[in-house]
Design a protein around this ligand. Structure first.
Ligand code: IPE
Ligand code: IPE
Ligand code: MG
Length: 269
């Protein structure tokens, strides 16, 4: 199945009441545990429960794509015990959840530089992706050893190798199919829990026109009503994609050709 999605910088995407794609930085696990005098890793374990809750919440709200940042390319800098706990948790979570995800019609995808993972984990990822490949209720993407800069660079390298003759003349549409989430529309709504207001090298390319929502809630405390608050905020935003508010109200869409053309009196809206 190959579906082409609108690039927010090439054309004006359709905007609905419910975000098609929600991308989340699940932050605050360590602080959640610390507040309870528990080891940081207890927060990660509890965080898996929130993942389960969010998968169900997205299905019941008709959200087609949920993307979760589970481990960044910079998280290797953490203490070795925490990194190895997270890797084991990933294995256990996959073993425990894949069957349930499949039964709920969820398609699983894992994006990131997976070459760094041990073979046992890599095999589980591949098995899970293969088992759920044809499911259509929700596409759950887990970003693991993911970095936005890595993603753009790997896409650029793939493209340059495939078309050495075109180097120096690539356009956005040439690069987009090589990005690791080319199978999904760009995120409509980006949520970060845990109070920090930064991207931390998440989906740099894909978040170009996403609506940002930050909450102080720690990831293990994030729940259905917190998701609804984020969606309510999303609904209240005017997504202009470069146009004026008046143009948005009139429903003016600009064709890709005219995006880069100087305006004439005729184009005046
Ligand atoms: C997010 O929670 C989970 C991962 C980065 C794996 P943190 O572990 O970053 O929690 P805080 O930010 O230290 O509270
Ligand atoms: C971002 O959280 C990565 C994930 C949630 C997986 P971090 O907690 O690692 O982000 P920084 O380091 O505070 O920016
Ligand atoms: Mg953190």
């Amino acid at each position: 199945m190959s579906v082409k999605f609108t690039s927010s910088t090439q054309a004006i995407p359709a905007v609905g009441d419910v975000p098609r794609h929600v991308a989340i930085i699940m932050d605050g696990n360590g602080r959640w545990a610390k507040k309870r005098f528990m080891p940081r890793v207890a927060g990660h374990k509890r965080g898996v429960e929130t993942v389960r809750t969010m998968v169900k919440a997205c299905i019941s709200r008709g959200i087609g794509y949920l993307t979760l940042f589970a481990f960044s390319s910079e998280n290797w800098r953490r203490p070795v015990e925490e990194v190895s706990f997270l890797m084991n948790l990933f294995v256990t979570a996959l073993q425990g959840e894949i069957g349930k995800l499949h039964a709920n019609g969820v398609r699983l995808r894992v994006v990131g530089d997976l070459s760094a993972f041990e073979p046992r984990l890599l095999a589980l990822i591949r098995e899970g992706e293969a088992l759920t490949a044809n499911n259509t209720h929700l596409t759950l993407t887990v970003a693991a050893n993911y970095g936005g800069r890595w993603d753009i660079l790997q896409a650029m390298n793939q493209l340059a190798l495939a078309h050495p003759e075109k180097v120096g003349h690539f356009g956005e549409a040439d690069l987009a199919p090589h990005l690791s989430m080319a199978y999904a529309p760009e995120p409509d709504l980006f949520i970060r829990t845990g109070g920090e207001q930064r991207i931390s090298n998440f989906l740099l390319w894909q978040l170009a026109y996403s609506e940002f929502y930050f909450t102080d809630l720690l990831w293990p405390d994030f729940d259905d009503s917190a998701l609804d608050a984020a969606i309510d905020s999303y609904r209240s935003r005017e997504r202009r994609f470069g146009r004026t508010s008046e143009q948005v109200i009139k429903g003016v869409t600009v064709s890709p050709a005219s995006t880069f053309r100087s305006p004439t009196a005729k184009d005046d809206a």
